[in-house]
Design a protein around this ligand. Structure first.
Ligand code: SF4
Ligand code: FES
Length: 262
């Protein structure tokens, strides 16, 4: 059973945003932000730290983290870059679910309780919400996430039909945030499994009609740490902030391995 499916659903927002816009004012409210912290230079163990902050109806969890960092405690550490759901750098566990902090509106959470923010699971924590992404990107590198074409260099672009392009359209949308891989109980066990994100990115090239190395990628994913470790828990699909059909992509790669060709 999916672990995320057993978590209590967020209750309705406790924030009455009133008649916004008419007076040009945005309603403010108090939020308790509770962050799982780890400061290796001062403490051996992680601990919870919390702050009460005034936020607004348009604010996201990332805005609350910024408020704490910029106004209350500059030592709070987390990754972010684009702040708009594109770079994939701010995946974290928010109220027990993997999400992007920049895509999670505070008003959509149950603000009658503290908002719990923790680092994603299964990767070593370096500081506060920052994890070591090297194991994640190592798996990504191993599936060769680039076009390999053994034919002669074309003088123009490599043409592809709309139907052929559609075959891997969903998996082109991955932003490598690791929300899927770090929500996978198989990945949590030993971190050896390639993980959903690597398989999604292999899918993107395996099913690309212009690529010639699909068989090689399928061979790599037929490894004991490859697609067969997937237990179809659907955690990955539920966690993906881009709405990718992650489990479906893994199933298609499994079928391609079984078929011995794509
Ligand atoms: S498949 Fe979705 S959750 Fe996984 S890394 Fe890509 S964007 Fe993130
Ligand atoms: S900061 Fe770039 S995806 Fe959230």
């Amino acid at each position: 059973m999916s672990t995320t499916a057993t978590e209590p659903a967020e209750g309705p927002s406790k924030v009455d945003l009133g008649e916004q816009g008419s007076a040009g004012e945005i309603e403010s409210f108090e939020v308790t932000l509770k962050v799982r912290r780890y400061l290796p230079e001062t403490t051996e163990d992680s601990y919870w730290d919390e702050w009460r902050v005034t936020m607004y109806g348009t604010d996201r969890v990332l805005d609350a983290l910024h408020k704490v960092k910029w106004e209350l405690d500059g030592t709070l550490s987390f990754r972010r870059s684009c702040a708009h759901g594109i770079c994939g750098s701010d995946a974290m566990r928010i109220n027990g679910r993997n999400r992007l902090a920049c895509k999670t509106l505070l008003k959509d959470l149950d603000l009658s309780k503290p908002i719990l923010v923790e680092p994603i699971k299964g990767l070593p924590v370096e500081k506060d919400l920052i994890v070591d992404m090297d194991p994640f990107f190592q798996s990504y590198r191993e599936i060769m996430p680039f076009l390999i074409n053994k034919g002669p260099e074309p003088t123009k672009e490599r043409l592809q039909s709309a139907e052929d392009r559609e075959r891997f359209d969903d998996t082109t949308k991955c932003i490598l945030c690791a929300a899927c891989t770090s929500s996978c109980p198989v990945f949590w066990t030993d971190g050896q499994y390639f993980g959903p994100a690597a398989i999604v990115n292999a899918h993107r090239f395996i099913f690309d009609s212009r690529d010639d190395a699909g068989d090689l990628r399928l061979e790599i994913l037929n490894d004991k740490e490859g697609v067969w470790r997937c237990r179809t828990t659907f955690n990955c699909t539920e966690a993906c902030p881009r709405g990718l059909q992650v489990t479906k992509a893994i199933a298609e790669v499994k079928q391609a391995v079984l078929a011995g060709s794509f």
